[in-house]
Design a protein around this ligand. Sequence first.
Ligand code: AMP
Length: 204
Amino acid sequence: MNIILLGAPGAGKGTQATRIEENYNLKHISTGDIFRHHMRQQTEVGMLARSYIKKGQLVPDEVTLRIVEIALKDAGMKDFMLDGFPRNINQAEALDKIVGIDKVIDISVDFDVLTERICGRRNCLECGYTTHVSQLKGGVCPKCGGEMQQRMDDKEETVKSRLTVYSEQTAPLIEYYKSQGKLFTVDGMGTPDEVFGEVRKVLG
Ligand code: AMP
């Protein structure tokens, strides 16, 4: 089974992806994670991606499609879960030419809670654990004790343009996949466990 996780920034795609990965045999492919890896390694792709990511804009399709093709090949072209890709119609059409998609799960969250969720998000530098700042005691990771940090694009000024990009470029994918009969909408307003309960109903 090949699936896509759709949803605005802050909808909880990453949180659900971790649970889906643990419970289903699907390889997690997050384009955001791949770009962040390239940025840490200071590769050419990483340097280019940084200039777009810090402004809250999309990395050009040509570059994004190249890294996705590599990741799909590494995954054996099957049993994968795409998180953060596609992000516009052009990417979706390109994907359709490469590989078949079975289900698209759109995690739906009220727009007015997204900014607070994203700006409050903190990530562990050591193990990658992500949580809301209100859950932290003393700024250290509750899983491994590592240092928690805010992503550079989770700052309020960048979040605004990420949400605009989502509305203008990514949200039209909901209709795109609905017309293909592949769209399943899940209410993302509950706790992570509640949302995962809904995801389970879709994945079986
Ligand atoms: P994410 O971790 O999915 O929120 O992605 C962080 C940032 O990486 C986005 O705001 C974009 O700048 C870039 N990015 C991730 N996925 C894509 C994509 N499919 N197309 C273009 N840019 C992307």
